[in-house]
Ligand binder design. Sequence first.
Ligand code: BDR
Ligand code: CA
Length: 306
Amino acid sequence: SLPLIIDCDPGVDDAVMLMMALASDALDVRAITTVAGNVPLRLTSRNARMMCQLMNRGDVPVYAGCPGPILRAPVTAEDFHGESGIAGLDPFEPDMPLEDGHAVTFLVETLKAAAPGEYTLVVTGPMTNIAAALTLDPSIAEGISRLVLMAGADSAGGNITPFSEFNVFADPHAAAIVFRSGIPATVMSLDVTHTVRAELPRIERLKAVPTERAAIMVQLLEAGNELEGRWKEGRKSPMHDPSTVAFLLAPHLFEAKATTVSVVTDEGDRFGQTCLAEAPGGPHDWVTTADADGFFDLIASLMERA
Ligand code: BDR
Ligand code: CA
């Protein structure tokens, strides 16, 4: 199965993504690294361990990373995720400890020791940890075959400002470093994640799955919908972060175009906006469409396993 490192900021939708990844035999989750984002680092680090424990995956090491962005002032997103970061679940202090050592040190050491292209990296928070690791040692790029990022927006427009998506806006300088590295990346932007939402019939299907984990998944999706509905009545929550793992497990559900992504790092209206190069081609596969029902079939089949 595919050796994977997941860098995240759970986050309701990060939690859904972690459940999918930890349930799959096709993915070998070697470690989870956490970053400040939706909520402060202490909570994202706790939440990642909560999800491991709920999935009976206390074997997966969790490393805490950067407590804030490189340059800009920190921003969080409790309005979309709740004060705990994972609305829908009762918070608890996990038995499994955080690993000693910084996530960025872990990333540098692991990727330096890796065979060429050994690792795939899923990144579903601000890109601070990856950018810091690439800055410490650019040669770590050789150990990475592909990044799968939840980041950015083009035609969909932003979700935190009219132009910017949260993960990029929360650390635009980090995102600029990661895109500029030229490492092949699949980019799940709002253009695609806004087309895959937790509509009620999809949740109903999951309710019919008789496992504990399906019930937890339903709690997360319903809490996500409740928060989303506060912004616009009846609107259901988009599957941002879960699209990364769905892509790895079922790439046929998606279509993409090759491009080169850059990031606006000048402060102003467009701070944190992602821009696609006019000339086609480049290292970034910008995903444009998803089969939303197929996506939820995948979630249901992963949650069927006890
Ligand atoms: C992204 O922002 C966060 O709030 C979500 O977890 C997701 O990673 C969507 O813009
Ligand atoms: Ca996230």
